[in-house]
Ligand binder design. Structure first.
Ligand code: TXE
Length: 489
């Protein structure tokens, strides 16, 4: 692949150039595939102004008109799916089959979902006092600033674009500086739909420069962020100074609880999927595997054996199961947790080193540790890689205590065939999502969001409607009865 220039911005349908600030690498072979140009505060300002102008027109478009455009966008994504998936893989190392079949497909699905969703809107009318009719209107809010991460750029960025514009807003999206190739092309593809100019805009660049300028811009009305918890806190503080509502989808350290009453083989399959899909780089990864002691030896042995046989390969291989990590610093960070776990008394059951299969690329072997306690860093910090920490427990009470002993609270996984136990567990677990006997089932109508340091707010049908619209209460007097009259002397 030739080295592409990633523009500093796409404003309306115009590519805007900027200074090159960094190279973008293919994690599979370490080749530079693109040069990233950066939008400074002035370019961000231009993008936001274009969004304000686009909003003025877009907000007046009927629901049917918006549905038509959203469905057109979904079709455009499908038509360009091969190219989008290809760029995503070149930039992130995500296996091509997953980039195609999950990420890009999911992005198209999101546009169709929100097209359907806005056609089902319900309203509120109150007539408690028969002399008055009170109705609650939902209005769009204006310009949404969307900040996307590098682990699933098109899927997560596409979700944010679809949700914000579906409810009549315009947007400016900033992809991760590390993975902007696919999202930049996605925005160009979406620009081909019949929207007013300026409904979708993109700015590229580093978080502290471009991202910060977007967050604090006075004409950005909402900030939607997916990324790390530390960055999320900084963004929310900056947005808070302007009283800007935010949604934050942050990190996780999700417990995957395998009870002795689980269907053993399904739980094993689910645990492997939960931690090794998407090269282990997912906020919702089941990264702490808690196994009931009576089945622990058997489960751990089977889990390690299956993980040992994971097909580490080039992300374009048809049979790859684990591709390279997204960047060299990230790979080194993930490996450092294995070294640290050893010093904290963990037994490393598998991996801990770079993969020897390839000379180039950010490949590592899957890592599994038996943790001496839930307090070690590998059980408390989000590692964001193919790294499973295993703990054992005796009783359900002990499992809930371990699961909840974390600052995060995004997802919990529960494996049992005992219905009462599943019901008890979902009640006791402190996370925004609980998956029972299934890994990673995203129901778009339901909120997806984290408790504790995993986030604020959520994404999903109604959650996005609430975030991307504001309610206006209108009260109309319908009685001819005279008002109380003042000032008559
Ligand atoms: O993400 P950052 P990083 C976790 C994961 C990972 C860690 C750090 O544990 O190891 O976060 O990843 C933009 N104002 N997740 O450093 O910093 C930035 O440019 C405005 C979890 O790569 O969170 C990028 O577009 N924007 C996760 C986006 O924020 C700023 C997904 C995310 O970058 C900014 C990814 C600022 N001051 C990482 N600073 C998940 N929840 O799925 C940075 N950005």
């Amino acid at each position: 692949m030739s080295v592409q220039a990633i523009p500093a911005a796409i404003i309306g349908d115009t590519r805007v150039a900027g200074d090159v600030v960094q190279s973008v690498y293919d994690p599979a072979n370490e080749d530079a595939v693109a040069q990233l140009q950066e939008a400074d505060a002035a370019v961000v300002d231009q993008a936001v102004r274009a969004a304000v102008a686009g909003y003025a027109e877009w907000r007046t478009v009927s629901v049917e008109g918006r549905q038509k455009v959203l469905r057109q966008m979904a079709d455009l994504i499908d038509t360009n799916a091969d190219e989008l998936a290809d760029l995503e893989t070149s930039n992130t190392g995500i296996p091509l089959a997953q980039a195609h079949g999950r990420h890009v497909k999911r992005a198209a699905h999101n546009f169709r979902f929100f097209a359907d969703y806005i056609g089902q809107a319900e309203g509120q009318i109150y007539e408690q006092d028969p002399a008055f009719l009170t109705l609650v209107r939902r209005e769009s809010v204006g310009v949404a600033g969307l900040i996307a991460p590098w682990n699933a750029p098109i899927a997560l960025g596409g979700m944010k674009i679809a949700a914000s514009i579906a409810f009549g807003n315009s947007c400016v999206i900033k992809p991760s500086e590390q993975a902007s190739l696919g999202v930049t092309r996605l925005v160009e593809v979406l620009q081909q739909a019949d929207t007013p100019r300026g409904v979708i805009n993109l700015v590229n660049g580093r978080g502290a420069i471009t991202g910060q300028a977007l967050v604090v811009h006075p004409q950005v009305d909402r900030v939607s962020f997916t990324g790390g918890t530390t960055t999320g806190k900084a963004i929310m503080s900056a947005a808070g100074a302007h009283l800007k509502p935010c949604t934050m989808e942050l990190g996780g350290k999700s417990a995957n609880i395998i009870f002795e009453s689980a269907d053993f083989e399904t739980a094993l399959d689910g645990a492997l999927l939960g931690i090794f899909t998407n090269n282990g780089q997912q906020c919702l990864a089941g990264s702490r595997i808690l196994v009931q002691r009576s089945i622990a030896d058997r489960f751990i042995e089977a889990f390690v054996e299956r993980a040992r046989k994971l097909r580490i390969d080039h992300p374009r291989s048809a049979t790859v199961e684990l591709g390279p990590l997204a960047s060299a610093p990230h790979r080194d960070r993930v490996l450092s947790f294995a070294a640290q776990a050893r010093t904290e008394g963990a037994r490393v059951l598998l991996g801990g080193e770079r993969s020897t299969k390839f000379d180039r690329g950010y490949y590592i072997d899957p890592i599994i540790i038996a943790a001496p306690s839930n307090d070690i860093s590998a059980c408390q910090d989000e590692i964001f890689g193919p790294f499973a920490s295993i703990l054992t427990f005796e009783t359900p009470e002990e499992a809930y205590a371990l699961a909840n002993a974390t600052k995060f609270g995004l997802v919990s996984y529960v494996w049992t065939q005992d219905l009462m136990l599943a019901m008890e567990a979902q009640e006791r677990l402190e996370s925004g999502v609980v998956w029972v006997n299934t890994p990673m089932m995203r129901e778009l109508r339901a909120p997806f969001g984290g408790f504790k340091e995993s986030g604020v707010g959520a994404e999903g049908g109604r959650a996005c409607e609430q975030f991307y619209t504001r309610e206006k209460t209108v009260t109309i007097r319908k009685s001819r009865a005279p008002l109380q009259r003042l000032g008559l002397g």
